[in-house]
Design a protein around this ligand. Structure first.
Ligand SMILES: Nc1ncnc2c1ncn2[C@@H]1O[C@H](COP(=O)(O)OP(=O)(O)OP(=O)(O)O)[C@@H](O)[C@H]1O
Length: 330
């Protein structure tokens, strides 16, 4: 369905070098293949190269190196044919405020070359899928963000595309609307391929069958969500009755990355222990060793617990860029 093979893209902004003297690529030697029916989360920190990759897939940009195939076609050479089978919901969901919902759908259908009974049934399908029936006569200008997003999704899908690219489809929505959009997207899997970027990571395991993570232009992860979760390191939570800076310094000198969990430890009341999280692939044994080495330093150590990894902590480790994630195993 989509195949990228060693694709690179560089923007020439006068300077082609980064501060450390390396050539700067927006996308660097990226290869992946998505099959029909897959719902893939396309993740990465700001500036990782997600939008550039999506623009390469849609044919808006040409790669400097490598090859892209979308449904067997080259998105640059066969741009029109590719776009006929591709739906795109951009992050800011541009809609015409002076049209009603019905007019918006009709306009989108016409732009896709639909007319007559085909146009009518396409609108009906989208009204059912995105539950827009009671809102058809409303002006887009007065829609809530959630309904606006449903209309954007309907516009992107009105021509029944095989491939759907969604840019942050649930950002800024309330939990009910997020749930609704998630269900719509989940139901698309099987017969359509969906490439979806989001910063709301905890949605990913439930919604997606595949996860791609970009970092500084390179693909750093490509597998199932379960494989991503399995990569996580168990984090230690530890309470120490001591000045946070002293504890952080001590942990750092022992080779651990730690964070103080209380902004203002003075206010922690009767409890003298300041809580910290310490990254690493901890076990009960290695955590006990750490506590012991802090006690040997003359400090009182309180609660020590292991906390399972979250998708957010795994993502942070994958995209830290300094290779230290999960390195400090206690
Ligand atoms: N048209 C352009 N001209 C010059 N540099 C660009 C252009 N588009 C993107 N870049 C640069 O390429 C890099 C990747 O940007 P891109 O927008 O693809 O990242 P992103 O992962 O989509 O980020 P975000 O999550 O913030 O949208 C960034 O350093 C960005 O500044």
């Amino acid at each position: 369905m989509i195949e990228l093979s060693h694709v690179s893209k560089r923007f020439l902004n006068g300077s082609r070098l980064t501060e450390n003297g390396r050539e700067s690529y927006a996308v660097k030697d990226v290869s992946f293949r998505l099959e029909k029916g897959e719902i893939a989360a396309f993740l990465g920190p700001n500036g990782a190269g997600k939008t550039t990759t999506k623009r390469l897939i849609t044919g808006y940009l040409a790669p400097d190196q490598g090859e892209i195939r979308v449904m067997g076609m080259c998105p640059r050479r066969d741009g029109r044919a590719v776009r006929r089978r591709l739906g795109y919901l951009p992050e800011h969901n541009p809609l015409y405020d002076d049209l009603t919902v019905f007019e918006t759908l009709r306009f989108a259908a016409r732009v896709q070359g639909l007319s007559g009974p085909g146009l009518k049934s396409a609108i009906r399908r989208m009204v059912d899928l995105c539950d827009l029936g009671p809102h058809l006569k409303r002006s887009v200008a007065v829609l809530s963000k959630g309904f606006r997003q449903r209309v954007g999704l309907a516009v992107a899908m009105i021509h029944d595309p095989d491939l759907l690219i969604l840019d942050e489809p649930t950002t800024g929505l309330d939990p009910n609307q997020i749930h609704y959009i998630q269900q719509v997207i989940k139901n698309l899997g099987g017969h359509r391929t969906v490439l979806l970027s989001t910063h709301i990571l905890h949605q990913v395991p439930d919604m997606c069958s595949r996860v791609l993570v970009l970092c500084e232009g390179s693909l750093v992860f490509d597998d199932r969500p379960q494989a991503l979760l399995a990569r996580g390191c168990t984090v230690a939570r530890i309470g120490v009755a001591q000045e946070p800076d002293a504890v952080l310094g001590r942990l750092e000198s022992l080779g651990h990355r730690a964070t103080c969990l209380t902004q203002d430890p003075e206010r922690s009341g009767a409890n003298p222990f300041v809580p910290f999280t310490v990254e690493g692939n901890w076990t009960e044994e290695t955590l006990a060793d750490l506590a012991e080495s802090l006690r040997e330093h003359g400090w009182r150590v309180g609660e020590c617990v292991l906390t399972p990894p979250t998708i957010e902590s795994i993502f942070a480790g994958l995209t830290a860029g300094d290779g230290t994630a999960c390195a400090s195993s206690g």
